[in-house]
Write a protein of this length. Structure first.
Ligand code: CA
Length: 236
């Protein structure tokens, strides 16, 4: 799955160069030239990652990063800081405000793409093309296939995204609201019971190979994909 990347950079030539390279690497890029525009974009839809220039007209990249980290809704967005300043103190400041990585200009586009991949792998694995294997299931985002051993399972597009998110965030309980944000996109006005409908379809799709037990309902909280709980259930 390509990642949605918000690029905040005020120098047109650099913005163009980075955007072209990210697009070539298969990502969707949304651009902003200042923090205020970036803030409006984030309010509309959460990006998978923010590439943030330090020196911007108006509010600086550091101020914008602080704002993102201060708000519940945007706290978890991975941030890579871009800067022309290579001083040690700047790096420390960048990492202190919670940036995930720090790239000093001039950098090679290939290095930047590699850093983005590393941060996404760590912080937003559902936004990468990496295949995931768990509990006897294998999900391959590149080919859109889910297999259990040599059996292919038929999943609709929403069930596929739902399973991808759950497999990349296993053993944790996700509320219906969180699943809507992560799988349907936030600010999408869908009723919470829609989640239940797709969980039901997902379980049906996993039933032929008895993998439906991986998806657990946690009463009053939401849903969880758990290999441990399924194993415990099989043993008892
Ligand atoms: Ca700048």
């Amino acid at each position: 799955m390509p990642a949605n990347i918000l690029l905040v950079e005020d120098e047109p030539a650099i913005q163009e160069l980075i955007a072209a390279n990210l697009a070539r690497a298969g990502h969707h890029v949304v651009r902003a030239s200042d923090a205020e525009t970036a803030q409006r974009i984030v309010r509309e839809a959460l990006p998978d990652l923010v590439l943030l220039d330090w020196m911007l007209p108006g509010a600086s990249g550091i101020e914008f990063a602080r704002r993102l980290r201060a708000e519940e809704r945007t706290r978890e967005i991975p941030i890579i800081m871009l800067t022309a300043r290579g001083e040690e103190q700047d790096k420390v400041t960048g990492l202190e405000i919670g940036a995930d990585d720090y790239v000093t200009k001039p950098f090679s586009p290939r290095e930047l793409v590699a850093r983005i991949k590393a941060v996404l792998r760590r912080r937003a694995p559902q936004a990468t093309e990496d295949a995931v294997e768990l509990g006897g299931l294998r999900l391959d985002p590149a080919t859109h296939r889910v297999t259990a051993g040599d059996k292919a399972l038929a999943l609709g597009p929403t069930e596929f995204r739902l399973l991808h998110f759950l497999m990349t965030h296993p053993e944790r309980v996700h509320s219906r609201a969180q699943l809507l944000d992560q799988v349907w996109g936030d600010h999408v006005f869908v009723e919470e019971r829609t989640v239940d409908v797709h969980i039901r379809r997902l379980r049906c799709a996993l039933e032929p190979t008895q993998h439906d037990g991986l998806i657990q309902t946690v009463r009053g909280s939401g849903y969880r994909l758990s290999v441990q709980a399924q194993q415990a259930a099989t043993v008892s």
